[in-house]
Design a protein around this ligand. Structure first.
Ligand SMILES: NC(=O)c1ccc[n+]([C@@H]2O[C@H](COP(=O)([O-])OP(=O)(O)OC[C@H]3O[C@@H](n4cnc5c(N)ncnc54)[C@H](OP(=O)(O)O)[C@@H]3O)[C@@H](O)[C@H]2O)c1
Length: 313
């Protein structure tokens, strides 16, 4: 990628896409092409084809997707399967036909089997049953990986697939109906503090272990690999360490300043018992994260406070 390469970031208003745009600008890439979903609905093949014909991007970061937590995945399985299949199929195919130099597809750690050996290596893909609550989303993402591999094999299309762990940071979705655990905890502790509640109830047992990576670290890794990595092998992107949901909740409560009690609703599903990515391949490719979980949560809470009018809630 040169400084003046024409780069399309799909999903630039989202957590990941906005971080990729910030990272590209920080590195001096100025020729960025972006469209909101209102301007270009990536589920519409005719609109996507017309966009690629007209804009002719040279590089594509595919960070547009229908994304959500356990609750949203479980409630809207058809939306998660259909929208993600449509978005990625339209974009990958149009990019190849328009002669795009290279495309980066973003999957997710939920593509790995529910009981994959931990930490999860890239070769755990398709070795066992998925976590049922988000299998719709995971199946779509697996199809995206396979599409990148198939287009590379059949057409020589330079598409890479990267699998981020759980992400968080400025611009996250704080909507309690469909957000991920970390932004949901920030919002719930903040509102409980304002109301003076004596306790906050958290879904599940608090024992599942999860890994969290700041979106700015993710963006650093994604741009690094877009510049240096060419293979059909997927690459995990994580920080290499995990915490229990209870530990996370205690960290967030401390940063937000909620002093009440945490209680756990064990009638609600826990999801996968542990999700930690093996980051050996990523480390060997010369990248490691910079932002600690505590620094990252602190910064995200500061952002949440400063952007009350524009948060997705
Ligand atoms: N967040 C995480 O923890 C996480 C973890 C692993 C992987 N990922 C992956 O990272 C990617 C981005 O996730 P995110 O967290 O940034 O999600 P997000 O904050 O919800 O952003 C998703 C973006 O996709 C766009 N989009 C959705 N439907 C669209 C459509 N029909 N047409 C055009 N654009 C559409 C939205 O555009 P508008 O804003 O314009 O509507 C939005 O900007 C996804 O592939 C996801 O699987 C995320």
């Amino acid at each position: 990628m040169n400084d003046d390469s024409r780069i399309y970031v799909a999903g630039h208003r989202g957590l990941v896409g906005s971080a990729i745009v910030r990272e590209l600008r920080r590195l001096g890439y100025q020729n960025l092409v972006v469209r909101s979903s209102a301007e270009l609905d990536l589920r519409r093949q005719d609109a996507v084809d017309a966009f690629f014909d007209q804009e002719r991007p040279e590089y594509v970061f595919l960070a547009a997707a229908k994304v959500g937590g356990i609750n949203a995945n479980d409630t809207y399985p058809a939306d998660f399967l259909r929208d993600n299949l449509l978005i990625q199929t339209n974009v990958i195919d149009a990019a190849w036909r328009a002669g795009v130099e290279k495309l980066c597809f973003l999957g997710s750690s939920c593509i790995y089997p529910k009981l994959a050996p931990q930490p999860m290596r890239e070769d755990a893909l398709l070795t066992g049953p998925l976590e049922p609550t988000n299998e719709w989303y995971a199946i779509a993402k697996i199809a995206g990986i396979k599409m990148c591999q198939a287009y590379r094999r059949q057409f020589g299309f330079n598409a890479i697939s990267l699998m981020p762990t759980n992400l968080y940071g400025p611009g996250d979705n704080f909507d309690l109906q469909n957000s991920h655990v970390l932004p949901a905890l920030i919002r719930r502790f903040h509102e409980a503090k304002l109301r003076g509640d004596s306790q906050v109830v958290i879904w599940g047992t608090g024992t599942p272990r999860r890994e969290f990576l700041h979106c700015d670290d993710l963006a650093g890794a994604v741009v690094h690999l877009m510049k240096t990595y060419e293979s059909d092998e997927l690459v995990n992107i994580g920080c290499g360490s995990d915490v229990t949901i209870r530990e996370l909740a205690e960290l967030v409560a401390g940063i937000v300043g909620f002093t009440g009690r945490l209680s756990f609703d064990t009638s609600k599903p826990d999801g996968t018992p542990r999700k930690l990515l093996d980051v050996g391949r990523l480390s060997a490719l010369g990248w490691k994260p910079r932002i600690t979980l505590e620094e990252g949560v602190r910064g995200t809470y500061d952002w949440f406070i400063a952007h009350q009018a524009e948060i997705r809630a």
